[in-house]
Each structure stands twice: as structure tokens, then as C-alpha cells.
Design a binder for this molecule. Structure first.
Ligand code: BES
Ligand code: ZN
Ligand code: ZN
Length: 478
């Protein structure tokens, strides 16, 4: 989707137009005759939210968002009503649409444009008739005269980043093994301007990343460890923000095999955290945000095989910690632990990891939000949560009490990799915290990263959850 800004007072006479506003807004504009305005007002009083007017040479759409009690909920209503309009626009084979907010509200207009762009995403690569299936809409013109180019460019960088992220998540493992994931990151780095270094198996062995190597033992493909960096000269921070993403390109559970129906079918999505980290790097580099950020993604698949690591094994991690593996399906924490240990080299001000880590997080709050926890100052968590509300990738903060660490005590090693029946997402977070010595936030995106049924502009399949959240957070740091 391409965004443009039109600063002229009025759209061309053949332009298709969307007028957005709320139920109290005045939709009297040069685009509607008195009769048409009367009809629009009648529809609005009947509680319609999408109204279509065929002016023969063009369409006028009126989209009405519900006004909610908080600003961020209202923004989400604009995104949602925009998403609803996408089907109609593509059915009419419209390629370009002019958007106006009749209240001259830029924030609401941008949210509307964002909702449209995100819901216009398609993953068509594997359809034989993909050309036929392709949405016609490819350009959105932001019409309100005072709209800034810079705001539009931020939205362009961000939505392109979400598209890239979703593409990676939707790609099946046969086209997205660890090396393919890493070379996708390299391509994104070239396109957006951040640096990408990929460690191969030999290098990973020499670094003694025992967690990543253990999970990789059952694989026929080598692991990768990708280091991405965006270090602008004008960076506002002296110590970097480090983002870490789980890059399990496919999770069978390993020898602790997952039951095939349901629990394995969509496990190509288990690299969503890694894809989100790369997507965020892409967005901030394209937007040129003045913040020093490092992205780390350990990647491998997790499979059973003659050589696979087994329940009962004891492994030694990158930082020297020994771990008794009691379930090979708790593999994400093993590869992330090595990355969190590696992050210490950067003397980071903050480390945030994103991972489709536990079914327990998904069971607790479903796909409605992100399960978050951490040991940072409350004010920092509040800032991140505020970004979560703003972009509607909400964070539910779980307790991160010390006592949960007791559940990870092993009989024969420093730690075991599972914590038992209770608080599965928290014990996973506590396991990861063991490998940190800096302010740390853990985000479990197992619920929202991949959707089996459509949910407004998040679509179906990979959602790109976390990219918009982190982009907003980093933008505020700048
Ligand atoms: N990748 C899964 C978690 C997951 C579940 C992601 C559902 C997305 C949707 C993770 O590796 C896993 O298998 N976790 C186990 C941990 C358990 C063995 C302690 C789980 O949650 O069951
Ligand atoms: Zn697993
Ligand atoms: Zn997993």
C-alpha cells in the first residue's frame, strides 16, 4: 500500500472518496449534494456505520466510527471501521482512494488509513490464480490539507514493516528454515538501512551457545543467530535498547512431540517474535528514528530425530548455566536464554524479548493481548503499556514474583526447563530472567501472533503483533 498526501483544497472530480467522522460529525462537504447529505444523516441516525453513494463517475463512502470514552479506544474504532470498508472498495475494483476526516482530526485520519492498509494485506504466494485474487486497492491519499508528509512517511514505514513481518510468519517452514529466515533479515536490512550479521553453525559452536545447539540437534538444517543493528549518529540513547526474538521456524515439540491436530498445525508461526524484531528494525530504520537499537534472533526448527536432544538431558548454556531439559517442547526459552546472555555484551539500557513462548499465555488472555512481565521500574512498564493501548496491542502485566523461580529448581543442574502445572507463562519468563543482568521485559505473544479466524485489520494468519507496539515505544524514546 502506498500513501500519498494531497494538499489541494479539493479532490479531483473523478476521485473515489471516503469521508470519516463520528456520529456527531458534520458531513457537509463539497462532495455531497444536499439530498445526499440528508440521506447520509438519515443513515447515521439509523446507526449505520458504512454508507455508500454511487455518483456514477465515482464512489463516495461515509465511514462512521463510534466515539468511545477514551481516546485510544476511539482510535481503534477508526481502524476497525476502516477495515470493514476494505471488502467493498476491492469489490468495486477501486485502485486509489482519497481519505478525509470531516473533523480535521489528523490522528483519527491516520488510524483510519492504518486500519485500511493493514486489512488490505494478502498472502497470495501459493495461489495459482493469485493475480485474480489480488486486491485492487493500492494507494491511499490523505486528503486533509494540513496533513504532514512526515507523519505519512512514518505510517508508510510501519505498515510496510508489518507486511514484511506477516509475510515471514505466513511462509511455511519448507521455505523458511533458519537460514532462509536470516537471509530475509539481510534483505530487509539492505532495504531499510540497518546492519545484519548472521552467525552460522560453526560460529554458534565456537560461541558455545548450548541452548540453540541442543534444540537444533534434531534438525537437518543448521541454526542461525542474527545480529541486527540500527545505530544512527543522532541517537538519543547512549546505551542501546536490545530486542530479542524467538526464531523457532517450526515447533514439533521435538521428542516431547506435540499432538498433530491443532497444536502442531500452525507451528510455522513460532518464529513470530524473531519476525517482529526484524520488522521493528525495518520500521525504525526506514523512518530514521534517532535511537540506537540492536536486534538478536536465534533461529532453528525443533524436531524429533535420532540425534535430537532428549528429556533428561543436561545442557550447558552460553553463559555457563546448566539446564536439565525435562520437556523438549519448552525449547523457545533455551534458544532465547543464549541470546539474552549474549545481549550482556551491549551493556543495554533495556532488553525486551518477544516470543510465542507458552500455550499458557494464550489460554490466559486469548488473542486479545500480549502477556507481559519484567523487572524494570514501574514507570518504564507503564510507558510500554501506554504504547500498547495506543496501537491496541495491549499488554496484560503478570506478576513476576521471586517465588516463581523456586519452581525451576532441578535435582541435578542449575535449572530445569519447565516449572510444573501452575503459571506456565510466568515460570517461562522467570527462566529467561535468570540469563539477564539488566532491566528486562518479557512479552509472550503466543495468543495474538497468529490468528486462525479473522479479527478486523489483524486479518487471518500472521498478524505482525509487536511491531506497532515497539515502533510507538521507540518513537516516544526519540
Ligand atoms: N511454541 C510453543 C508455544 C505456543 C503454543 C505458541 C501455542 C503458540 C501457540 C512453545 O514452544 C511450547 O510448546 N510451550 C509449551 C511449554 C511447556 C512444555 C512447558 C507449552 O506452552 O505447552
Ligand atoms: Zn515448544
Ligand atoms: Zn515453541
Amino acid at each position: 500500500m502506498k500513501f500519498h498526501v494531497d494538499k489541494s483544497a479539493i479532490a479531483p472530480t473523478d476521485a473515489n472518496i471516503v469521508l470519516t467522522g463520528n456520529r456527531e460529525s458534520n458531513f457537509a462537504t463539497p462532495y455531497l449534494s444536499d439530498k445526499e447529505l440528508e440521506y447520509v444523516n438519515e443513515c447515521i441516525s439509523r446507526k449505520d456505520s458504512l454508507i455508500q453513494i454511487n455518483q456514477y463517475h465515482r464512489w463516495i463512502f461515509v465511514a462512521v466510527a463510534e466515539e468511545k470514552s477514551t481516546a485510544h479506544q476511539t482510535l481503534e474504532e477508526y481502524r476497525k471501521v476502516a477495515a470493514k470498508l476494505i471488502g467493498t472498495i476491492n469489490n468495486q475494483k477501486i485502485e486509489k482512494i482519497y481519505l478525509y476526516n470531516v473533523d480535521q482530526d489528523r490522528t483519527n485520519l491516520l488510524a483510519f488509513a492504518e486500519g485500511m492498509a493493514l486489512n488490505n494485506y494478502q498472502f497470495l504466494k501459493y495461489y495459482s490464480d493469485s493475480e485474480k485474487k489480488k486486491n485492487s486497492l493500492s494507494a491511499i491519499v490523505l486528503g486533509n490539507g494540513e496533513m504532514e508528509e512526515t507523519e505519512t512517511q512514518l505510517l508508510q514505514s510501519l505498515t510496510d514493516a508489518v507486511y514484511h513481518t506477516r509475510d515471514m510468519v505466513n511462509e511455511p517452514v519448507s521455505f523458511m528454515n533458519a537460514e532462509q529466515l536470516a537471509s530475509t533479515f539481510e534483505k530487509m536490512g539492505k532495504e531499510a538501512g540497518f546492519t545484519v550479521e548472521v552467525f552460522n553453525k560453526k560460529k554458534i559452536e565456537s560461541l558455545k551457545m548450548g541452548g540453540l545447539l541442543a534444540v537444533n540437534k534434531g534438525s537437518i538444517d543448521p541454526p542461525t543467530f542474527t545480529v541486527m543493528e540500527w545505530k544512527p549518529e543522532a541517537a538519543r540513547n547512549t546505551q542501546p535498547l536490545v530486542l530479542v526474538g524467538k526464531g523457532v521456524v517450526y515447533d514439533t515439540g521435538g521428542l516431547s512431540l506435540k499432538p498433530t491436530h491443532d497444536s502442531m498445525d500452525y507451528m510455522k508461526c513460532d518464529m513470530s517474535g524473531g519476525a517482529t524484531v526484524a520488522g521493528t528494525m525495518y520500521a525504525i530504520a526506514r523512518a530514521g528514528l534517532p535511537v540506537h537499537v540492536v536486534g538478536l534472533v536465534p533461529a532453528t526448527d525443533n524436531r524429533p530425530d535420532g540425534n535430537a536432544y532428549a528429556p533428561g538431558d543436561v545442557i550447558r548454556m552460553y553463559d555457563g548455566t546448566t539446564v536439565e531439559v525435562l520437556n523438549t517442547d519448552a525449547e523457545g526459552r533455551l534458544i532465547l536464554a543464549d541470546a539474552l546472555g549474549y545481549a550482556k555484551h551491549y551493556n543495554p539500557s533495556l532488553v525486551i524479548d518477544l516470543a510465542t513462548l507458552t500455550g499458557s499465555a494464550a489460554m490466559a488472555i486469548g488473542h486479545y493481548g500480549i502477556v507481559g512481565m519484567g523487572n524494570v521500574q514501574p514507570s518504564i512498564m507503564e510507558v510500554l503499556k501506554k504504547s500498547g493501548d495506543q496501537v491496541y496491542e495491549r499488554i496484560a502485566e503478570f506478576p513476576f514474583w521471586d517465588e516463581f523461580s523456586d519452581l525451576l529448581k532441578s535435582d541435578i543442574a542449575d535449572l530445569k526447563n519447565i516449572g510444573g502445572r501452575i503459571a506456565g507463562s510466568i515460570t517461562a519468563g522467570k527462566f529467561l530472567e535468570h540469563f539477564t543482568d539488566y532491566p528486562y521485559i518479557h512479552l509472550d505473544i503466543a495468543g495474538p501472533a497468529f490468528l486462525k479466524t479473522e479479527d478486523s485489520y489483524r486479518g487471518k494468519g500472521g498478524t505482525g503483533t509487536g511491531v506497532r507496539l515497539l515502533f510507538d515505544f521507540i518513537k516516544n524514546m526519540a
